[in-house]
Ligand binder design. Structure first.
Ligand SMILES: [Zn+2]
Length: 554
């Protein structure tokens, strides 16, 4: 409460108010807020990543403390509550656990005897929605990559009705042929390559279930990762009644199991794969029938997005909103590593949360931009972007009034950089706009080093992209001032190997938070520029997301 780093800020606010009062000015001259400092960022990260908050799991005591801390800070800065007079937007989260003893799963080729599908050796399945029972029993249709992408003139489904069917689908995007290197983003993964898209498309088309055929090279990870991620309880939003009916069963099948089954039914997986790499592909009746059913235990949890509003200064433009986001949650308490079971998430994402707090303070206490700015600390990112997905579906203002979303997932704790990396740089006009803003400062944008991993689809800005809002995540690059380029890459590699999503992602007293100050100021300046402009950022022609063209689903 009395952290020294905040005293100057509060003093500045008091002085501004009392001066205005004494001289009876109709409008106080806006104070120049205390600049963002390393001490301010440090104070936030230190608290948010402390063991007291137990890894900030959603719907935990540490999570609730985090929510209160964030709301208190916003209140202190003079940021208004943004959800019906409250700083909190409740997010219902269902915890759905498959009861393995109840599972029965088999496949049958024509009238032959059914053979069991072993869990998790052959298949990993989970509920398509939070219900007590999940089932899909139907003929199996092979649908290639399962993509309908008008911008690439591609439609795997053609006119085939897949309602009530179980769909077998290939992982990732169709590979780009030599004569069309930009097809489905070339080396980069597009949304059509993500498993989330494939399930959503199957739901839009009324399928009963979908199994993705695993392939280590095309997925980028082995079967053990599939088992580790999916053969366990899943967190999901309660089904939104506005959405199409959920799939009964979602899941993966090993390549070996799929190949054997298809072979028995007279198909060659390699040949099917080749067919699927062409625009002329049509869904293939396999002659296989699957019967999968299981019971779930469902627990209803609740967490909160913490939301604030900095009202714009222009009476007309203030109806338009810029949305700034950072996820406050992390993994909570989990399996102990070296005796430590608290997943503190200091970098992921106490650091980004700290940056957004400092940015919100500046926006609230400085000269107000013309457009309004919404600040949202979203929950349950680590459970599958649930907090931001809920906010995108239940927006604080109509989606048509949100001009763009900037997200910070991972602040910079390693010192100032000469470059930034922007997820979404190549998708909308936000990339070029930021590049122009940074040019006079001699800061460049470095391309995403691993576009094939599809990171654009794996952080909160993506939830807003799905509903048509141009969005991007802004983070540090790897060219650190006074260090060789390899140093930054080495640090990133070490973080992924030793600390990412592990108890070792902890506060470090020797961090160089000048990088956090730099990153925060850049996001702040970019936010100000966007909020003072009358322009609307636009998607690039080949981006998957256009305004109001897509219904979000889970
Ligand atoms: Zn994160």
């Amino acid at each position: 409460m009395s952290r020294p780093s905040f005293r100057p800020a509060l003093l500045a606010l008091c002085v501004a108010t009392s001066t205005a009062g004494a001289q009876a000015r109709p409008r106080p001259i806006a104070a120049t807020p205390v600049p963002i400092s390393a001490a301010e960022i440090d104070a936030h990260i230190r608290f948010l990543s402390s063991d007291l908050l137990e890894g900030r799991g959603p719907a935990s005591r540490g999570g609730a403390l985090t929510e209160q801390y964030l709301a208190s800070q916003l209140r202190g800065y003079g940021v208004a509550p943004a959800h019906n007079g409250s700083y909190f937007q409740r997010v219902p989260i269902d915890l759905v656990a498959l009861q393995e003893s109840s599972l029965r799963a088999s496949a049958q080729v024509r009238s032959n005897a059914p053979t069991p599908l072993r869990y998790p050796e052959d298949i990993v399945v989970w509920a398509g929605s939070s219900s007590d029972r999940s089932a899909a029993a139907a003929p199996v249709l092979f649908v290639g990559y399962g993509s309908t992408a008008t911008e690439f003139r591609w439609d795997d489904f053609k006119d085939v009705d897949v309602r009530g069917r179980i769909l077998l689908v290939l992982v990732n995007d169709p590979p780009a042929p030599a004569d069309e290197p930009a097809l489905f983003g070339g080396r980069a993964m597009t949304y059509y390559g993500r498993w989330t898209y494939k399930f959503e498309e199957a739901e839009r088309r009324g399928a009963a279930g979908m199994l993705i055929i695993h392939n280590t090279e095309r997925a980028g990870y082995g079967w053990p990762t599939v088992v580790g991620s999916w053969a366990k309880e899943q967190r999901m939003l309660p089904r939104d009644p506005k959405l199409p009916a959920p799939l009964g069963v979602r899941g993966w099948i090993t390549e070996a199991a799929a190949r054997t089954l298809l072979e028995r039914a007279g198909h060659d997986l390699a040949a099917l794969r080749r067919q699927a790499e062409s625009r002329t592909f049509r869904p293939v009746e396999t002659g296989i029938t699957m019967d999968i059913a299981f019971a779930n235990t469902v627990a209803h949890l609740e967490s909160q997005n913490v939301v604030g509003l900095i009202e714009g200064s222009d009476p007309v433009a203030k109806r338009e909103h810029l949305l700034l986001t950072a996820h406050w949650d992390h993994l909570g308490i989990g399996p102990a590593v070296n005796g430590d079971s608290i997943y503190n998430g200091a970098e992921d994402n106490a650091s980004g949360t700290a940056d957004l707090l400092a940015i919100a303070r500046q926006l609230a206490q400085g000269v107000r931009p013309k457009r309004s700015v919404l600040v949202a600390f979203v929950t349950a990112e680590e459970s599958g972007l649930l907090g931001s997905e809920f906010l995108a579906r239940n927006p604080l203002v109509p989606t048509e009034q949100i001009v763009a979303n900037l997200n910070v997932d991972g602040g910079n704790v390693l010192g100032e950089t000469l470059d930034l990396t922007v997820l979404g740089e190549t998708k909308s006009s936000l990339g070029p706009s930021l590049r122009r803003l940074l040019a006079p400062r001699r800061i460049t944008l470095s391309p995403d080093a691993t576009p094939e991993r599809g990171y654009f689809y794996r952080s909160d800005h993506f939830s807003f992209a799905k509903v048509g809002v141009p969005s991007a995540s802004i983070g540090a690059g790897d060219q650190f001032v006074g260090r060789p380029k390899e140093w930054g890459q080495m640090q990133a590699g070490e973080y992924i190997a030793k600390r990412y999503h592990q108890p070792g992602d902890e506060y470090v007293a020797t961090w160089d938070l000048r990088g956090a100050v730099q990153l925060s100021n850049i996001v702040l300046d970019f936010a100000r520029a966007l909020a003072n402009s009358r322009d609307w950022p636009t998607w690039n022609a080949d981006a998957e997301f256009k305004r109001s063209t897509r219904t979000p689903t889970m």
